[in-house]
Design a protein around this ligand. Structure first.
Ligand code: HPA
Ligand code: ZN
Length: 322
């Protein structure tokens, strides 16, 4: 109980949050009404009861349906402002926010409305916030290149590039050329790998895409040599405990490998992924692991500190937070 209070009060950095995954059912309904978008669910309760996932794809289908209510710049602003208020309440001092522009531009929403709405909310918040544009890996590399071109007039409003959506069958190397271009542009690089996909995807994310952090990465432990490399190079893993249990990467929190990851010397961080869908924000994720796993105060400090160590911030700013 005392440990829980300390953990909840610790300064935190969040490095793996999809802003579309912060859309709460109530806001989905409010935006659907405001925009006249038909929803296939008759009430907030019906929608919430559909949040019973069996794997990543069963989640993504509902996540993209929820995002269909986002049409106007103000919608993106309102969604982001709501997330930042929750982050602030959880003592998140810095957050690096993923967004999926292709989910919106495919429906005719302008790239400018997506980026400007999210960015304006970040500027209006007391929480330090930066944006990471994600390519959808179930789409083609050519479409990723088109999305990059479309976003470049807004280059000053995002700091990095990520890779998300359906992992298995869409390996990182499918996006080698577009990530090389993003590297030339001075963008930070990250990719989801080793959530449902094999350790080989973590390797190609590092070697072919040259990413600086791995999102999820929990399957690395299946490959001892890869695990040793991640530890040696102190490549951060942005682990999302509630996401992993909701998407059945682990059956129960008790089965999560977070302690083994820490014991292997890895730079593990704790994050919420899609908090509106997976049952909670940052402090809920910390509560869940501290309730289920043999973790103590030293782990709490290490996990919270790792978030700042792995952040894309100048060292002086990290020092100011730590
Ligand atoms: N994995 C892949 N794609 C995603 C996720 C995730 O956990 N959340 C939102 N898009
Ligand atoms: Zn994710």
């Amino acid at each position: 109980p005392q440990l829980r209070a300390i953990v909840r009060g610790m300064p935190k950095a969040e490095l793996h949050i999809h802003i579309e995954g912060s859309l709460e059912p109530e806001l989905i309904f409010a935006l659907a009404a405001r925009n006249g978008v038909p929803l296939g669910y008759e009430s907030v309760e019906h929608l919430r009861s559909a949040y019973a996932f069996t794997d990543l794809q069963s989640f993504l289908d509902i996540y993209y349906a929820g995002a269909s209510v986002l049409l106007k710049e103000q919608d993106f602003y309102d969604m982001t402002q709501a997330y930042l208020q929750r982050a602030e309440a959880d003592n998140v001092l810095h957050t690096e926010i993923f967004f999926d522009p292709q989910t919106h531009t495919a429906r005719g929403v302008a790239m400018a409305d997506v980026i400007n709405g999210i960015h304006r909310a970040c500027q209006d918040s007391p929480v330090s916030a930066a944006l990471i544009l994600c390519f959808l890996r179930h789409l083609s590399e050519e479409e990723a290149f088109e999305t990059l071109e479309d976003a470049l007039p807004h280059r000053d409003k995002f700091i990095g590039i990520g890779l998300d959506s359906s992992e298995v069958g869409n390996p990182p190397e499918k996006f080698s050329r577009v990530f090389a271009r993003c590297r030339e542009l001075g963008l930070h690089l990250v990719a989801h790998a080793g959530e449902e996909g094999p350790p080989a995807y973590i390797r190609t994310a590092l070697d072919d895409l040259q990413v600086e952090r791995i999102d999820h990465g929990v399957r690395c432990l299946e490959d001892a040599e890869l695990t040793a490399r991640l530890a040696r190079e102190q490549i951060a893993l942005t682990v999302c405990p509630l996401s992993n249990t909701k998407l059945r990467v682990f059956d129960q929190m008790h089965d999560h490998n977070l302690v083994q990851l820490l014991d292997a010397g890895l730079l593990v961080t704790v994050n919420s992924d899609d908090p509106a869908y997976f049952g909670g924000y940052m402090n809920d994720n910390f509560d869940a692991i501290f309730d289920a796993l043999p973790l103590g105060l030293s782990h709490a400090h290490r996990l919270a500190r790792n978030g700042f160590i792995a952040a894309f911030l100048p060292q002086a700013q990290k020092d100011a937070f730590l």
